[in-house]
Every structure is written in structure tokens, then in C-alpha cells.
Design a protein around this ligand. Sequence first.
Ligand code: DX5
Ligand code: ZN
Length: 223
Amino acid sequence: MSHRPIRIGPSILAADFLHLGQQLADAEAAGADFIHVDVMDGQYVPNISIGLPILEATRRGTSLPIDVHLMMVDPGRWVAEFAAAGADVITVHVEADTHLYSTLRLIEEHGAAPSVTLNPATPLVMLEEVLPMVRQVLVMSVNPGFGGQSFIPGALDRIARVREMIDRRNPTCALEVDGGIKAGNVHRAVEAGADTIVAGSAIFNDEQSVAEAMDAMRRAVSR
Ligand code: DX5
Ligand code: ZN
């Protein structure tokens, strides 16, 4: 369906933290391409999730690249620490950073890949100036703050528009989608132009094993 390789990364926000090592091993064995780590500060989003100690543990628990999604105010303050704790990609919200340019530079300087994201209601024009500086754009398909929310259909049009911008101005940039992705809707995000898929509750849940869930997701993107 898509000519570009599709990468799938489980979000450990939905994992069983009592057994994080096993959950990471299961995800890696099931062919996950990367691990997504959601950091929430209780201020930028109305929820607090996990931070540096869990990122450090995740780094020890997997050899996969780690994609850190910082849902926090002024993320630039913490870039050095998250890079040192094992982040390979660091995503910051355009809405949360007064000095986005400096933060993206800082991420690069600390040896991680700079990535930006925008909330569903933020105009895509916010990407204009920074697109050439980033190695990934994340299109949020839920309002950030919680796992297990429903996919916002308007995200598809946004993915398609970001795909056009990327193809024109930074063709090697990854296009990630995050929020409400299931085996039943992932093909729509891929058809719209996403190549990097984050899934939390669709991978870590009580109904299926991680292997079954990853398999269903993989089949859904390659059919
Ligand atoms: C939402 C987080 C997502 C979340 C996705 O604020 O950024 O990464 O973990 O979870 P699901 O796939 O359950 O919507
Ligand atoms: Zn996320």
C-alpha cells in the first residue's frame, strides 16, 4: 500500500510498569522498530506520567532506539538530561517552547534527533521555520495528556498536508503519528503519509499478547 518503510513503536505509557523489562523484551522480540516514552509534567498537560528514572531503565531494557515525547513546559531546560538518560529522538511541542529554535539546536548538540509536534488545534504554519532543522515531525491524533483516547479524524488531513511540506522541504524527515492508533485505523494514517507509528493501548493491553498485537499492527500496515 505504501512504498515507504513503516516503523512501529509501542508507547510504554500503556505498559505494565511492574514488568517493564519483560514488556520491552516482548516488544523487541515482536519486531518493534523503536520505543516511545511519554513524559508529562502536569502543567503543559493535565497529567503526570514518567520521567528520567524510567527512561534510564528503558535504556537498559532495550537496544531499540528510544523516541522521547516531552509534553512539558519549556522542554529546553531538560534536553541535556533526557539525552544523557538515553533518548535517541527528542520531540518537543511547538506550543510549549518560547525558544524552539534554541531547543532544537540543543537536542542536536546533545546527539539526539530533533523532532517537533503540534496539538490537533495548532495551525501547521507553526512548522514553517523549523521544518528544515528537524529529523521528525509528529502529528498528534489526540489531544495530548492521556493514553487510550479516540483518534481524531481531522488528523488525516493534517498528516497529508505535513507529508507535502516534508516532501518539498525536508524529504528525509520522518512523519510520525501518535494517539488512538489501532490495527483497524492505522492504514488510514499510512495512506495519508505517516511512516512512523506510535501505539500504546493497541500494543499493551489485556486482550492480546504484545506479539499478537504487534503482528496485527504490522499486517494492517503492509496489506
Ligand atoms: C498521548 C501520548 C501517546 C499515548 C498513545 O498524550 O502522547 O503517546 O501513549 O496512547 P494510545 O495509543 O493508547 O492512544
Ligand atoms: Zn506520545
